[in-house]
Design a binder for this molecule. Structure first.
Ligand code: TRP
Length: 334
């Protein structure tokens, strides 16, 4: 076994259901960049998950390509990592069906994201929305994934994937690797600029709550200037100062400064100066990403070569797992 084969396998994905926020970048993509040198990583654009809520087809197509471009623009290397579009590797759907038969109705009924989303999309509580976590389990288990970088909101889904893997292994003998969550310590949670008690979510209806990776600099500045803080006028990281804590976290990530350094820098100055500084630091952090994404979207042929080649690499690995699984469940060999 060479070194490469012994590296742990990492799988993660983002839905192309809207634009990517600063929260996604800090909580997910930025950490993925660090992981690409240590692990064998698969980074997927999960378009099949996205259609569990109604999408405009034209927009979905654009957002899928834009997200792939963004992965590359953030510094993910499409040669080192396998970066592809979920629907291009049909084994995801195939395994998902099989795993459905090893997942209990009651388990899926307890998923808090399903409860939230079915309340939010009450007119479209489709079976796919209910089944979402099984497709996610299939994504992960197809590749013998060891580690899954996810946010807190996906912990319950990962736990389900582990249970399904163990159940299948219990019935058929060791087949799937049981994955571990990988939740980054720093900057795991970026909060809404409008309501800092809430996570920054790309589905927030208030555009001032979210900074999008492809926002124009003037819009980013506007959003930071309007960010909700408190009435103390002290830049200090402590309990009860959710708005300031969030801005300090963002500023610290964008500049590399510690919380103490930030507190000193703004001692005796008002929040106005601080918000401008945070806004400018984010504009500078995101500028190269936005420019690179725009450039990549102008080369659809290049993007196509990336997603085609990588889907092929992914399907070779996926097929290895599927051959085993089909045999274990008793399907006749094709
Ligand atoms: N459900 C994840 C989210 O919304 C996206 C996702 C789909 C995912 N499949 C995955 C994340 C597999 C990690 C691993 O954030």
């Amino acid at each position: 076994m060479d070194n490469n084969e012994r590296k742990k396998i990492v799988f993660s994905g983002v839905q192309p259901s809207g634009s990517i926020s600063l929260g996604n970048y800090i909580g997910a993509l930025r950490n993925w960049v660090d992981m690409q040198d240590i692990y064998n990583c698969l980074y997927c654009v999960v378009d099949m998950h996205a259609i569990t809520v109604r999408q405009d087809p034209k927009k979905l197509r654009e957002q899928t390509l834009s997200l792939l471009a963004l992965y590359i623009a953030c510094g993910l290397d499409p040669v080192k990592n396998i970066m592809y579009i979920q629907s291009h590797v049909p084994q995801h759907a195939e395994l998902s069906w099989i795993l459905n038969c090893y997942t209990m109705f009651g388990e899926l009924s307890r998923m808090t994201q399903f409860k939230d989303k079915s309340a939010k999309h009450a007119d479209n509580v489709n079976a796919g929305l209910f089944d979402y976590p099984v497709l996610m389990a299939a994504d992960i288990l197809l590749y013998k994934t060891d580690l899954v970088p996810i946010g807190h909101d996906q912990k319950q889904h990962l736990e389900l994937a582990r249970n399904v893997a163990e159940r299948f292994n219990g019935v058929h003998g060791n087949t799937f690797t049981v994955p571990e969550p990988f939740i980054p310590k720093v900057g795991g949670r970026i909060m809404s600029l409008a309501d800092p008690e809430k996570k920054m979510s790309k589905s927030d209806e208030n555009p001032n709550a979210i900074v999008l990776l492809l926002d124009k600099p003037e819009d980013i500045m506007k959003k930071f200037k309007r960010a909700v803080t408190d009435s103390e006028a002290v830049v200090e990281y402590r309990e009860g100062k959710a708005g300031i804590n969030n801005l300090m976290t963002i500023y610290s990530i964008a500049t590399g400064k510690t919380m103490d350094e930030i507190a000193n820098e703004f001692a005796g100055r008002g929040y106005g100066d601080f918000k401008v500084a945070v806004g400018e630091s984010v504009v500078e952090m995101l500028r190269p990403i936005r420019e690179k994404t725009e450039e990549l979207l102008k080369s659809p042929d290049y993007l196509e070569s990336i997603y085609k080649e990588n889907a092929l690499r992914a399907s070779v690995l996926a097929e290895r797992t599927m051959e085993k699984v089909r045999k274990k469940v008793g399907f006749v060999k094709k």
